[in-house]
Design a protein around this ligand. Structure first.
Ligand SMILES: Cc1ncc(COP(=O)(O)O)c(C=O)c1O
Length: 364
């Protein structure tokens, strides 16, 4: 059996898993619907109490005038950037070279809208004020992703954010928040969602990352912006006749988990410290600023797969179900802490890490 397959299979057999909330199975949807009255009316093409009430609830939580529910963040953010480009009459936006738009959306901004992107910094850094200040080309909008997922979920300081926001306002540059993991960073910033969102003209949040829903996104901003976004949502085919399975689950898991972000953040710091005590391991960031971080190991991918699989088999604890190569001799994986972490007996967890350390040191 190949090492990736062995690891995936060994992981499936484990009693405890270190990351995430639960399996992505149909039970996730059933649980969300357990207490919902079967006579509740569906939304219809974007209208109806079930969608409108959730949109109002999220607009209020984010401190924005209005909000629109979208089936995906990919759709919501392309639309947000298109609107800001139309407003400014400039078909250019600035963002991080490892943003979701750059890596995972098949060049949609360019292909669908003719919008160019400018990379504001290098692949290893977070965007700083000076990056935005030294922009040579005019941009309609700057997109900030908080936290920056592909570099382990790093964040600028809050003061830096405030300064970027003030600079953009002064220069007439729209500021959009990719808040796929916004809820997860609030404990680090010690700010409310409303305070963070006040720095941005438009905001996207996700309901299937730290919240752990099925799928779905909210795009929020002022009323003129969200009205325009509804037209684009229709053009994109995003106005499904019924979005309620996503809305009910988003609402249910939001209520269940938004108050647990402080716990996930504390757990992530504890877990990262366990990793950092192991030979050849460093986490990025070293001390997490949300529930997520990356585990970098100075060991080739296949070897790490084999070690982690053997830890699954010997301890019943699943550290990860996959490993990615960074270079010939180094590899990494992502960890996002959720409900599962607290269920692991601490003694067993410590034992798994002692074993990991031994195996990485070549002692066992
Ligand atoms: C930072 C970030 N932005 C945007 C998205 C897009 O969200 P969706 O999967 O809902 O299209 C993701 C999804 O992983 C993401 O991580």
């Amino acid at each position: 059996m190949s090492e990736p397959k062995r690891l995936a299979e060994a992981f499936l057999q484990t009693t405890y898993q270190v990351a995430g909330h639960s399996k992505r199975d149909v039970q996730q949807l059933k649980q969300a619907f357990e207490a919902v009255d079967g006579g509740t009316a569906s939304d219809v093409y974007g209208s109806g109490p079930i969608i409108e009430e959730f949109q109002q609830k999220m607009a209020q939580y984010l401190g924005k005038e209005t909000a629109v529910f979208f089936p995906s963040g990919t759709m919501a953010q392309q639309i947000a950037l298109r609107i800001w480009c139309d407003h400014k009459g400039i078909k250019r936006v600035g963002y991080h070279p490892l943003s979701h738009l750059e890596l995972h959306e098949e060049n949609a901004l360019q292909e669908l809208h003719g919008i160019e992107s400018v990379h504001l910094t290098d692949r290893d850094s977070v965007i700083r004020l000076e990056d935005v200040q030294r922009l040579q080309e005019e941009v309609a909008c700057v997109l900030l992703e908080l936290p920056q997922r592909e570099i382990g979920g790093q964040l600028p300081s809050y003061e830096e954010l405030v300064a970027i926001s003030a600079h953009c306002r002064e220069k007439g540059i729209h500021l959009h928040l990719d808040g796929a993991r916004l809820f997860e960073i609030l404990p680090y910033y010690q700010k409310s969602a409303e305070e963070v969102c006040a720095l941005f003209d438009s905001v996207y949040v996700s309901f299937y990352k730290g919240i752990g829903g099925i799928a779905g996104a909210i795009l929020a901003g002022d009323a003129a912006f969200t009205e325009e976004s509804k037209v684009w949502k229709r053009r994109y085919g995003g106005d499904l006749i019924s979005l309620y399975p996503y809305i009910v689950s988003a609402d249910y898991y939001f209520d269940l988990r938004v108050g647990k972000m402080e716990q996930y953040y504390a757990d992530a710091k504890e877990l990262a410290a366990l990793y950092n005590q192991c030979h050849a391991v460093t986490t990025r960031p070293e001390v997490p600023v949300s529930n997520m971080f990356h585990v970098h190991v100075a060991v080739p991918k296949e070897k790490l797969e084999s070690i982690v699989a053997s830890i699954c088999e010997e301890t019943g604890i699943g550290l990860t179900h996959y490993v990615r190569e960074t270079a010939e001799q180094t590899s990494y994986y992502e960890v996002g802490v959720g409900d599962r972490y607290a269920a692991i007996p601490k003694e067993e967890l410590r034992h798994a890490f002692q074993l990991l350390n031994k195996k990485l040191s070549g002692v066992e």
